[in-house]
Design a binder for this molecule. Structure first.
Ligand code: HPA
Length: 284
């Protein structure tokens, strides 16, 4: 579909209408699955699987490691929407395009975003397989999805980001990790860089000094849009590799995917447990 002649508001509205046709009751949670974490999608008892290419104005993934489908179904007892496959700035999309799915779901009434990604560890205490619950982020993309005219029905011109990741959700997910004996679950700050080239040793040193614990190429635009739309956000990074500026090792996509896949059963367990508790956590 040619998006050049259609306003962004209209694109969002058409995509939302299309999704609404599948169900009278839109779930109030969306789970976005990152690199190597697509297996979780297979755990969902699906009512509907909608390929992104069928949804008007949804971008198309250009990365082989990302599928592109929206799933409506149950994970355990909780009904949710999963976005399997995401879009990245490095693919050439603007942050507005990247965030269209989250905006559409906000318009449809979804209240909670659980976002996952694979990331590089900057904190020397991390190991491959560490699950980092995101407490805060740095947007180093040089672009903000809210730039341009504000749509007041969607959210305020200057949204407050003082508490980007809901403390109540962070506390709950940490409790879930304890209750299920899931090891290597920590909290930290995620920094989003444009990519697609990976970091140099000097960049890694600088990112560490900026206060970041993990680095990746996704998620922050979606989180900004979710917060603009008054959604509550839980962010989970799977640390696939740890980057030491003084002993830098090559970072290979195959390794990132393999490590993320290895950690995925722990992440799956964590998310499944968290999802069961989510009803208690909706915003008033
Ligand atoms: N850098 C950026 N993105 C990543 C990395 C990394 O080291 N690992 C996984 N995603």
């Amino acid at each position: 579909m040619n998006r050049d002649n259609v306003s962004y508001v209209e694109q969002v509205s058409q995509a939302a209408s299309y999704i609404k046709r599948f169900t009278h009751e839109i779930p109030n949670t969306v789970l976005q699955l990152g690199t190597g974490l697509g297996n979780l999608a297979d755990r969902i008892e699906a009512e509907h699987v909608i390929p992104y290419e069928d949804i008007p104005f949804f971008p198309q993934s250009t990365v082989a490691s990302h599928q592109g489908k929206l799933i409506i179904g149950h994970l355990g007892s909780h009904r949710l929407i999963a976005l399997s496959g995401r879009f990245h700035f490095y693919e050439g999309y603007s942050t507005r395009e990247i965030t269209l799915p989250v905006r559409v779901l906000q318009v449809l009434g979804v209240k909670t975003l659980i976002i996952t990604n694979a990331a590089g560890g900057l904190n020397p205490l991390f190991q491959p397989g560490t699950i980092m619950v995101i407490r805060d982020h740095l947007n180093f993309l040089g672009e903000n999805p809210l730039r341009g005219p504000n749509v007041d029905e969607w959210g305020p011109r200057f949204p407050d980001l003082s508490e980007p990741y809901k403390p109540k959700l962070i506390k709950t997910v940490l409790n879930c990790a304890d209750a299920c004996n899931i090891e290597k679950v920590v909290t930290g700050t995620y920094v989003c860089i444009p990519g697609p080239s990976l970091e140099t040793p000097a960049e890694t040193r600088w990112l560490r000094e900026s206060g970041a614990d993990a680095v990746g190429m996704s998620s922050v635009p979606e989180v900004i849009v979710a917060l603009h739309g008054s959604m509550q956000v839980l962010g989970l990074s799977v640390v696939a590799n740890v980057n030491d500026p003084d002993n830098f090792q090559p970072i290979l996509l195959e390794d990132i995917i393999a490590e993320a896949a290895k950690a995925s059963s722990r992440l799956e367990k964590l998310i499944t447990e968290f999802i069961q508790r989510i009803e208690e956590l909706q915003l008033p």
